[in-house]
Ligand binder design. Structure first.
Ligand code: GLU
Length: 462
């Protein structure tokens, strides 16, 4: 074993494990050591000249490593996805042409159980992004103590430009291509950005037809009529609200007095807005891909959902002021919920945020640099790996119900979800207090320790 030094912002941390750097010193590789790379120890198959979501995840791993004790010996496991699959997804378009789309499925870690995580359809999907999302699933599933590893999938496509038939063909071909590595005991996809119950039905059917079985447990987030779970659709937003309420208690913020700003009005943002307004909180501002709207008296969430269903976005909603898109970050509020995409709260806007509490409905919305700025400003951040874990928690319930072919009622599901989220939050809060770290680092301490404990108990083969 050798001692290696890692720097983390202003601090320098020392810890013991055999690092990539020490291995490289045994077998120098001039390609890896190239001076112009932003991450010279990175994986050879990643682009070297841009900072990606994967780089952000690696920074988060650097921050947690000093707290992993003897398990830090295994930390390199977390810096390398177990399995990465890139597939070509060719389909016939309705106009007779043939289109090809890039598809990915990454299994970051399966030490604690089968891979688990969603599939997103988005025009900006990249491999480093899917890798980061798969790694955050590993940490999330472990932080909630769900018996899963972490995985994620994506297709680089803008589904707004596909017909229903084209969308079905993309879904079925993608599912068939990743069929070699998914399965009810191997890796279980679910909805994520721009995917839904309909798409999960096609995925379940494609896998089932290819395997000659009706395999309901291969995906979660299915329609209830096809082995889906009651409460799954609302689960991520509901979990965001449960953790928001728990965190608000810690800063003596009564939820019924809270003024809320939400970025994103998809499945997560709209459900969180609905439940928070039912809890008497004021939904002050919403931003989506069409623009930002604001109402000092509070937005009528039900009417806004109808408007978005008809118009495709929040812009044009009567009874709300239109904000300059960027001015969304300046809105004075109590709770800010980023519920859209990665890297939204950055060094560029973190100093302007006027909230007391940030609850991450999205995956990876805050960069490490923004985390530092927010910590200096005493803004509490409930990290994604806890805050948005409600979806995968009810996915777990769905998977269990599918295997037992015995389905629970919605009250039981919501009660178990609330209990799981409250317990995970309380555990992470306690560790943050004990170790004097952020909630993100505390959640990573819980999640990464569980993953690496399983890794070390299983050992290496051969
Ligand atoms: N896509 C959701 C997430 O990011 C849910 C994943 C799942 O249910 O497997 O947590």
């Amino acid at each position: 074993m050798q001692k290696s030094i890692f720097t983390d912002g202003n601090t320098t941390q020392s810890f013991l494990f055999v690092s990539v750097a020490s291995l490289m010193s045994r077998t120098p590789n001039p390609q890896h050591a190239s001076n112009d790379s932003p991450h010279p120890l990175g994986l050879s198959y990643l682009p070297r000249h841009e900072i990606s979501a994967w780089d952000i995840y690696l920074q988060q791993i650097e921050r947690v490593t000093p707290f992993l004790g003897n398990l830090s010996r295994w930390v390199e496991t977390l810096r390398r996805p177990k399995r990465v699959l890139t597939v070509d997804v060719p389909i016939h378009m309705d106009d007779g042409s043939i289109a090809h789309f890039e598809g990915f499925r990454v299994q970051h870690n399966t030490s604690r159980g089968p891979g688990k995580g969603g599939v997103r359809f988005h025009q900006d999907v990249t491999l480093p992004e899917v890798m980061a999302l798969s790694a955050w699933m590993s940490v999330k599933n472990a932080a909630l103590n769900l018996p899963f590893g972490g995985a994620k999938g994506g297709v680089r496509v803008d589904p707004r430009y596909l017909s229903e038939a084209e969308l079905e063909r993309v879904t079925r071909r993608y599912t068939s291509e990743i069929g070699v590595i998914i399965g009810p005991h191997k890796d279980i996809p679910a909805p994520d950005v721009n995917t839904n119950e309909r798409i999960m039905s096609w995925m379940m059917d494609t896998y089932s037809v290819n395997h000659g079985t009706t395999s309901t447990g291969v995906v979660t987030g299915k329609p209830v009529a096809l082995g889906g779970s009651l409460g799954r659709r609302e689960a991520t937003g509901r979990g965001v609200v449960v953790t928001a309420i728990e965190a608000a208690k810690k800063i003596a913020l009564p939820i019924e007095k809270a003024r809320i700003a939400i970025q994103g009005f998809g499945n997560v943002g709209s459900v969180a807005a609905t439940l928070l307004s039912k809890a008497q909180a004021t939904i002050l501002a919403i931003q989506d891909h069409t623009g930002s709207i604001y109402s000092p008296e509070g937005l009528d969430v039900k009417a806004l959902i109808d408007h978005v269903t008809n118009q495709g976005g929040v812009l044009g909603f009567e009874g709300a002021q239109v904000l300059d898109k960027d001015a969304f970050w300046d809105v004075p509020c109590d709770i800010l919920i980023p519920a859209a995409l990665e890297s939204q709260i950055t060094a560029n806007n973190a100093a302007r945020i006027q909230a007391r509490l940030i609850v991450e409905g999205a995956n990876g919305p805050t960069t490490p640099q923004a985390d530092d700025i927010l910590a200096d400003r005493h803004i509490l951040v409930v990290p994604d790996v806890i805050a948005n874990a409600g979806g995968v928690t009810v996915s777990y319930f769905e998977w269990v119900q599918d295997f037992s072919s015995f389905f629970w009622n919605e009250d039981k599901i919501n009660a178990r979800l609330t209990e799981a989220m409250q317990a995970a939050f309380a555990n992470v809060w306690q560790i943050a207090q004990d170790k004097q770290v952020s909630l993100r680092t505390a959640a990573f301490i819980v999640g990464c320790s569980r993953i690496l404990q399983a890794r070390s108990l299983r050992g290496l083969y051969p």
